[in-house]
Design a protein around this ligand. Structure first.
Ligand code: 5GP
Length: 115
């Protein structure tokens, strides 16, 4: 069964696609946790970070380069931002299609689990 992100990639579910290339798409999170909360989603349906193969190294690097550029475009570079990949249940992953969260626009506080 295809995930919600595969349906967004296929155009079956609407999303405000702000960036697209041959390898990934980017759109705002429907339930943002920060003033800027973007999802960088590879077209290739890798379920989790644990499912990445050695051949995916360039894809993962590309996700981070696109995140860097989007952060700059959204005015986040000077003050900084957070990049997050949740993996499986303990990581809090809800959608089983690899994605990188780009969060910024306010001070995000400590990492989860730290006070
Ligand atoms: P995860 O917890 O898997 O790392 O993150 C999944 C994210 O996808 C969540 O932050 C959630 O708000 C977002 N999300 C779930 N369904 C949709 C949707 O239909 N559209 C968009 N734009 N975001 C979604």
């Amino acid at each position: 069964m295809s995930t919600i992100f595969e349906k967004i990639i296929a155009g079956e579910i609407p999303a405000d696609i702000i960036y697209r290339d041959d390898h990934l798409i980017c759109f705002p999170d429907i339930n943002p946790a920060a003033p800027v909360h973007l999802l960088i989603v590879p077209l290739k349906p890798v379920p989790t970070a644990d499912d990445l193969s050695d051949d995916d190294a360039a894809l993962v690097g590309h996700m981070f380069i696109v995140a860097r550029d989007l952060a700059r475009q959204h005015g986040l570079a000077e003050n900084g931002y957070r990049l997050v990949i949740n993996c499986k249940a303990d990581g809090g992953q809800e959608v089983p299609h690899l994605h990188l969260h780009l969060l910024g626009g306010r001070h995000l506080g400590p990492m989860a689990g730290r006070s």
